[in-house]
Design a protein around this ligand. Structure first.
Ligand code: GRG
Length: 305
């Protein structure tokens, strides 16, 4: 979709290799983060969803932001894993019969279809709690005050100020034909945006970014977060179940307010492009060092799943 000037980047940057290399590192770290213990069923359920694939966009964003701020991959990896644990928890809970009631996720049966509803709820709870434990117990080489800020940022992204708040308004809006852009933006920025923002902000905190840099990166994250969710709305209409790894067309079936429904497909694509462009503009002070985050912004706008 997007090809705007602010996102233009050095053509020698190979995004595909970059993402593949980062994804491999993240997959390895996630695998090592959680071994099977007693009682085995809960660890198996947690690992089933945590290691089910996915784009690993959130941990990759966190690592990239930490490096941009002057830190290393090692400093950010525990938080990157925690972000994926939190994201996976939200997917498990979102798929439950009481929520979105879905049978497939990441190309596999959803957690409750595989393990039952009771264990799926507990697997989500286990991942959420472990995410915080993991950051606190595994982060190394970072000043403890910054780790504390990371923990606070994660809590802010998950609770009523983030995922939970967005989900509550989403549920309350279901089937209401009068939902407008303000409410839709609230849902999108809370359900999706706050966690993506946490990825970028925690990475920057761990890397030692100044307040000014944090503010700019936070604006970058807000813009890619909303663009991400608009593209999600578009893909629900235009992509197949095989491409998405989850049921397609669910928003239309549930009569949900979405960007395409409120604005139309073309205007929605234009809005996603505009946000992506605004995100890239925030990276202009960084020159070539900002290339990975620019490329990720473009990937979000152009993704097919
Ligand atoms: C229980 C504390 C608590 C919170 C849960 C269920 C819920 C509250 C919130 C729902 C959040 C949610 C599932 C938002 C949708 C975000 C989204 C667009 C997910 C898809 O992300 P991708 O495309 O997926 O990055 P992969 O599989 O690639 O990781």
């Amino acid at each position: 979709m997007t090809n705007q000037s602010s996102c233009e980047q050095n053509l020698t940057f190979d995004l595909e290799s970059y993402l593949q290399q980062r994804k491999t590192l993240v997959e390895q770290a996630l695998d090592n983060s959680l071994t099977i213990n007693d009682p085995p069923v809960i660890y198996k359920a947690m690992r089933y969803s945590l290691l089910a694939g996915g784009k690993r966009l959130r941990p990759i964003l966190c690592l990239a932001s930490c490096e941009l701020a002057g830190g290393t991959i090692e400093m950010a990896m525990p938080t990157a894993c925690a972000l994926e644990m939190i994201h996976t928890m939200s997917l498990i809970h979102d798929d439950l019969p009481a929520m979105d009631n879905d049978d497939y996720r990441r190309g596999k049966l959803t957690n409750h279809k595989q393990f039952g509803e009771d264990i799926a709820i507990l697997a989500g709870d286990g991942l959420l709690a472990y995410a915080f434990e993991y950051v606190a117990s595994h982060t190394q080489g970072v000043n403890p005050a910054s780790v504390l800020q990371v923990v606070a940022q994660l809590g802010h992204a998950v609770g009523a100020t983030g995922l939970v708040g967005g989900q509550v308004v989403d549920l309350a809006s279901e089937g209401n034909p009068d939902i407008g852009l303000d409410t839709l933006n609230y849902i999108h920025t809370h359900k999706t945006g706050t966690l993506l923002e946490a990825c970028v902000v925690t990475g920057a905190l761990l890397g030692g970014a100044s307040q000014q840099k944090l503010a700019g990166l936070s604006r970058y994250a807000y813009n890619i977060g909303l663009a991400f969710q608009i593209v999600d709305d578009i893909l629900d209409i235009t992509a197949t179940q095989e491409e998405l790894g989850k049921t397609a067309g669910k928003d239309v079936e549930a009569n949900k307010a979405t960007y395409p429904r409120l604005l139309g497909l073309e205007a929605s694509k234009a809005k996603a492009d505009e946000l992506t462009n605004a995100a890239c503009e925030e990276l202009s002070p960084y020159g070539d060092a900002g290339i990975p985050l620019k490329a990720i912004a473009q990937l979000i706008a152009n993704r097919k799943n």
